[in-house]
Design a protein around this ligand. Structure first.
Ligand SMILES: Nc1nc2c(ncn2[C@@H]2O[C@H](COP(=O)(O)OP(=O)(O)OP(=O)(O)O)[C@@H](O)[C@H]2O)c(=O)[nH]1
Ligand SMILES: [Mg+2]
Length: 304
């Protein structure tokens, strides 16, 4: 039996379903998702283990025409990633017409084909559960006309439709080689980053307009409590800062009498406790960092 191992990277416009698909393939949540565009802000590795292969998925921020320094940095990050993987999965949501945003990415793909290593690109039609058969067929044709794809695969991460087919197709493009990660390892994300992401995911729920883009989350510390844990479960203090860009946004995040922040805290705490296997005291602080998305110094501090 030949064993294959290597990297696949998902690209696509914001909100195309890249992170949801990554989680579906890994079989566990390694990336946060939301109905708002530009949820993912760094590359996230999810690892798929099979008897005959190890597929490392690199979920990336959505590619779009940048309007801020943060946007520029995210696009540059995606482009760097593209040159380092064995196969690219270009995600195009079935419920949206092929538009300028997709053509922008298709252009980048053909550039990659010209000056890269000839990396194969698989077109993935995501969210196919949202459309009927006829519309899906139409969409597949439009996608076919958009570029030179190694394969075209319709999937639904939510319905589980064709997720295994996609997995086989991606693995088929990997080189032969030994596993790169230990068995059972599902991601190489540091715990603090996962914790920050779970808080951001909870805080994104229900906020609108530009607030999602203005929100950044940083974990200050995760420290074990000295006191003996009840029935052997360890207890952790987790201190987190939420940054927004304006005072008005701070008020929205905190809510009337702090109600909204409390909800965000209890929602995030559930996920964090599951992740860390511990009881968690979650301490959330909201701070204004004026225009951090455009400020190189502040971006650096937040890890961009
Ligand atoms: N019905 C349906 N909804 C989906 C599917 N995949 C993703 N979604 C929804 O689409 C929205 C965006 O999903 P994400 O996975 O966060 O999209 P993304 O491409 O990672 O977005 P960015 O990180 O912002 O670029 C979420 O509300 C998901 O629940 C799918 O297969 N079917
Ligand atoms: Mg994402």
């Amino acid at each position: 039996m030949t064993f294959r191992s290597g990297f696949a990277c998902f690209v696509g416009r914001p909100n195309a379903g890249k992170s949801t698909l990554t989680n579906a393939l890994v079989g566990q949540k390694v990336a946060i998702t939301s109905g708002r565009p530009q949820t993912t802000r760094h590359t996230i590795r999810g690892i798929v283990h099979r008897p005959d292969a190890q597929l490392i998925l690199v979920d990336t921020p959505g590619l779009h025409r940048p309007r801020t320094l943060l946007g520029e940095r995210l696009n540059a990050l995606v482009k760097d990633t593209l040159t380092e993987v064995d196969v690219v999965g270009f995600c195009l949501p079935a419920d949206q017409r092929v538009g300028p945003g997709d053509r922008f990415i298709a252009e980048q793909m053909s550039e990659l084909a010209r000056d890269g290593r000839g990396t194969p690109v698989v077109a993935i039609v995501t969210k196919s559960d949202l459309v009927g058969k006829g519309k899906l067929a139409e969409h597949l044709l439009a996608v076919q006309g958009l570029g030179d794809w190694a394969d075209i695969v319709p999937v639904s991460a939510v319905g589980g439709y064709q997720v295994e087919v996609l997995e086989k197709v991606l693995i088929g493009h990997l080189p032969e080689g030994a596993p790169l990660y230990a068995e059972g390892e599902l991601t190489d994300e540091p715990e603090a980053v996962m914790v920050a992401e779970l808080v951001r995911e909870a805080a994104l729920e229900g906020v609108r307009d530009e607030l999602p883009h203005s929100l950044a989350v940083v974990v200050d510390e995760i420290v074990p409590r000295d006191e003996p844990a009840a029935n052997g479960v360890p207890m952790l203090d987790v201190r987190v800062h939420l940054f927004v860009e304006r005072d008005s946004q701070k008020a929205i995040i905190i809510g009337k009498g702090g109600a909204r922040l409390r909800d965000v805290g209890s929602e995030a705490r559930r996920g964090i406790e599951a992740l860390l296997g511990a009881r968690v005291y979650l301490d959330l602080h909201v701070k204004v960092a004026k225009d951090w998305q455009r400020d190189p110094k502040q971006l650096g501090k937040m890890g961009f």
